[in-house]
Every structure is written in C-alpha cells, then in structure tokens.
Write a protein that binds this ligand. Structure first.
Ligand code: RIB
Ligand code: CA
Length: 311
C-alpha cells in the first residue's frame, strides 16, 4: 500500500530532485504538491513545481499555490544559491499544466479531513508557512497527520543562512515553532545529515550517464547549484538536502538519529530560526522530534540514481 504524501515545496533544484524521486517511487502516492515562497517568490516556486511534474511525465499531479510570505517576517529568498528562476542550470520549457484553483493551505486541510486519520504524511521541503497556517486555521487536523518529515534546521552543522540558522527555519521561525509544538510525529532532516549527501563528481556523472532527460536535468541542476556550497564549504560537492525527506519514506534505514527535544528561536535577532536540539538530553524538555544525524550516502545515491533512471 503506497504511503500517501503531500509535498510542500519551494523549488529550488534540490526540491525538484525530491519531487522526481517521489514521482518515480511506487512506495509513495503524491496526493498533491503545494508551493510556498522560499528559495524564490511563490509565482516561481509554483511554476517550477509544475515544470518538474511535467518533466516526470505527471501533468496530472495537483499543484497548488500556498502562502506567498512568512507568517510574521518579510520574505527572504535564496537566488544566490538557486539562481533567478529558482531552477537555474538547464533551459526549461514553461509548464502547460494548470495550477489548481483554491489555496494550498485549504488543500492541506481538506485532504487531511477527507483521508482516514493517520494515513497522510506531510513532506515540507521549504519554509513551514503553509503547514503552520493550516494548523492555525484548522486545529483539528494536527491529530490526523501520520507524520511530518521535513528538511530543515541544523545543530552540529550550525547555520547556512546565518551563523545560527538553516534557511527553511530562518525564513519562517514562527511557523516552525507551531509545527514543532503541534504534537504531530516530526522527523527532521537537518543540515547535520544533508551535508553528508554530497553530489560528488562520480555521483553527478551517474545521473548524466542515465542518458535520460530526467538524468540530464538532475546533473545540470546539480552543476549549477553546487557551485555555491563547494565555494563556501570547500566540499567535494553540494548537499542534496530535500531528497533526504523522500528517501527516508522509501528506505528509512538509510538514516539514523535521536528522538530529542527541539525548540525554535523566534525572539532573538541574532539567533532567529535556530533549532535548539537537546541532543545530549541536558534538559527535562520532552522529546518532540526524530532529529537525524547520519545517513548511508552511498545507499542514498544508489536509490536516487536508480529511481531517477525510472523516469
Ligand atoms: O537550507 C536548505 C533548504 O533551503 C533546502 O530545502 C533548499 O531547497 C532551501 O529551501
Ligand atoms: Ca527546499
């Protein structure tokens, strides 16, 4: 029985690879894709989400626009990483599939109310604005969520947009605070684990060697967005953040972590968006998140390459 998921996303090249992985994997059933403002503004993230669905041969996927700005702060974007379009790298045709009518937040609410309790997993790959707004608008739905598996946060790897914070959490810390206090089962793919999923040259060449349009796109997206991280970290490749969320749903034993308390800094301007993970359990704060710390990188890329090759 495939696992029902809603992908909430701000494509972004790594989001795009995550969406391709989900659409190539029979273990998951994508009920819908909701775009959020993040890496680039909402009009581009919703366009990019449709481009990726069409690249996967899935113009039937329901794509919605969600929130166009964070709950409290002005939008911070990341064109410096993802380029002006958010999907810089290969030339991409404009999408022909339509956006769905209605707001993405209402789609999340209606879907959770319509599906059996505990059968829908939320997969946020960008700022948590849509998820938190849905919980605020319809408090009854939190109990109906099977699991929230999100990319965001950092502890040992510290921040990538400020010295203290990872981008997705930094953009909308109030939203993250709501999600981490929701009582839902939360599984976190922080920079601590995504920084171990590096797109080294052999791994990128394996995508290109697939000889398919999807394989070529993934390689060219990576060629573009890895320049930022390689220069910043001096690493052998860029971290492929968002596909870790989908890979976890397909092959959870690729990952390991700890169930700990995680709280979000929302008040300090210096450390806004920091995910304060009580990794060493030095407080009596109740654990509320499975915070991943390690992955089998070879296994991750083997799965990813094999599945992208299916498209
Ligand atoms: O910090 C990495 C995260 O921010 C990823 O989800 C990337 O797509 C950006 O949204
Ligand atoms: Ca993202």
């Amino acid at each position: 029985m495939p696992r029902k998921i809603i992908i909430d996303t701000d494509p972004g090249q790594d989001d795009a690879v995550a969406i391709l992985l989900a659409l190539a994997s029979p273990e998951v059933e994508v009920l819908g894709v909701v775009a959020v403002a993040g890496n680039v503004p909402l009009d581009l993230t919703s366009k990019n989400a449709r481009i990726v669905c069409e690249l996967a041969g899935r113009p039937d996927i329901k794509v919605f626009e969600g929130c166009d700005r964070p709950m409290r702060h002005t939008l911070v974007t990341a064109e410096h990483v993802h380029g002006k379009t958010g999907l810089d790298g290969p030339a991409m045709p404009d999408p022909t599939m339509p956006l769905q009518d209605g707001h993405g937040v209402d789609f999340i609410i209606e879907t959770l109310r319509a599906e059996a309790p505990g059968t829908v997993t939320l997969c946020p790959l960008g700022p948590l604005t849509n998820i938190a707004t849905a919980f605020e608008k319809a408090p009854d739905i939190a109990d109906r969520v099977q699991e929230i598996v999100l990319m965001g946060g950092a502890y040992f790897q510290v921040g990538n947009i400020t010295p203290a914070a990872e981008f997705n959490i930094y953009v909308d810390p109030e939203a993250a605070d709501i999600v981490f206090k929701s009582g839902c089962p939360v599984t976190v793919m922080p920079l601590d684990v995504t920084h171990k999923a590096l797109t080294t040259a052999p791994r990128v060449e394996a995508f290109r060697a697939l000889g398919t349009e999807a394989g070529r796109m993934v390689a060219e997206w990576t060629d573009f967005f890895e320049r930022f991280d390689k220069e910043k970290y001096g690493s052998a490749g860029a971290p492929l953040h968002d596909p870790c969320v989908i890979a976890y749903l397909i092959q959870p034993d690729l990952f390991s972590g700890r169930h700990v308390n995680v709280e979000i800094e929302t008040l300090s301007s210096l450390t806004r968006g920091m995910t304060v993970a009580d990794w060493w359990r030095v407080t009596d704060r109740a654990p509320n998140a499975m915070f991943m710390g390690d992955l089998d990188a070879e296994g991750f890329f083997a799965l990813l390459t094999e599945r992208i090759g299916e498209l």
